[in-house]
Design a protein around this ligand. Structure first.
Ligand SMILES: NC(=O)c1ccc[n+]([C@@H]2O[C@H](COP(=O)([O-])OP(=O)(O)OC[C@H]3O[C@@H](n4cnc5c(N)ncnc54)[C@H](O)[C@@H]3O)[C@@H](O)[C@H]2O)c1
Length: 255
């Protein structure tokens, strides 16, 4: 089986950490993100740091099914297929940065249907589009691994982020369903549910980061690398027999 790995949403945060860590292991990479400038900088940096490593980048919006499939096909033909795909793109930070959400944390009754759709579009449809394009490509190479990124919000809820929590709960249910569907066909599907992670959602030193850390048993946010490590575990290292799992990476059981 080809040993290449595709990651969505890897210009920043957890996905970026996963790309950097996989590159250090010599894993050929296809990197997809909406933020072209940051993505190209990452691709150039990885090629410079690891001469000879095959790294392809594609600027794509994961909410656009046909664009995702086309970008994935191009990347697969450049790398000779994939061993694993990590559907990581999501969160609310990108929507806030793009001016598509007024603020991440607001009471549900103050939110509007168009905001719900944006959140669901990125965090649920983005994963569905990625999986829909990835599965046939993994089947073509005889099987592989799909890793989904959800959130502990999808397990225990999150006040002020109910629609985001709903989208992540849906990702968890989808992952378990797809794992059952694909187990006989040689594709594992596992889901990682991060708690609070020190990315753009919780910039180090910010009041939001401190407040989030108070609710974590270990009393601190995760470093992006701590979550990326579990993504790479499922994508590269876990036994083939592990599928349909949901692993919280949350510094203690989330309340
Ligand atoms: N940071 C946390 O505390 C936390 C907690 C739980 C779950 N998560 C999940 O982890 C994943 C990564 O989050 P993060 O904190 O690293 O976020 P981030 O905002 O730092 O990075 C997200 C990446 O996804 C890209 N992206 C956004 N919209 C996209 C789109 N439409 N198409 C393609 N790429 C797109 C962004 O450009 C960025 O590179 C998300 O699924 C998020 O929901 C994060």
């Amino acid at each position: 089986m080809n040993d290449a790995l595709l990651i969505t949403g890897c210009a920043h945060g957890i996905g970026r950490a996963a790309a950097v860590m996989a590159a250090a292991r010599g894993v050929p990479l296809a990197l997809l993100d909406l933020d072209g400038a940051a993505l190209e900088a990452l691709g150039d940096g990885l090629r410079a740091a690891h001469p000879g490593l095959r790294v392809v980048t594609a600027v794509v919006d994961v909410t656009q099914a046909e664009a995702v499939a086309a970008a994935m096909r191009r990347a697969a033909s450049a790398l000779g297929g994939f061993r694993a795909v990590i559907a990581n793109a999501g969160g609310v930070s990108s929507l806030v940065v793009a001016g598509m959400l007024p603020g991440a944390f607001s009471p549900f009754t103050d939110s509007r249907p168009e905001e719900w759709r944006r959140i669901i579009d990125l965090n649920l449809f983005g994963v569905l589009n990625t999986a829909h394009a990835a599965v046939p490509m993994l089947l073509e190479v005889g099987g592989g691994r799909l890793v989904l990124v959800a959130s502990v919000a999808g397990l225990v809820g999150a006040p002020g982020l109910g629609v985001y929590a709903a989208s992540k709960g849906a990702v968890i249910a989808f992952g378990k369903s797809l794992a059952k569907e694909l187990a006989p066909r040689g594709i594992s599907v596992n889901t990682v549910a991060p708690g609070g992670v020190a990315t753009r959602a919780f910039p180090p030193g910010s009041p939001g980061a401190a407040k989030r850390a108070e609710r974590i048993p270990m009393g601190r946010l995760a470093a992006p690398e701590e979550v990326a490590n579990t993504l790479l575990y499922f994508a590269l290292d876990a036994p083939d027999y592990v599928t349909g799992e949901v692993l919280s990476v949350s510094g203690g059981p989330p309340a």
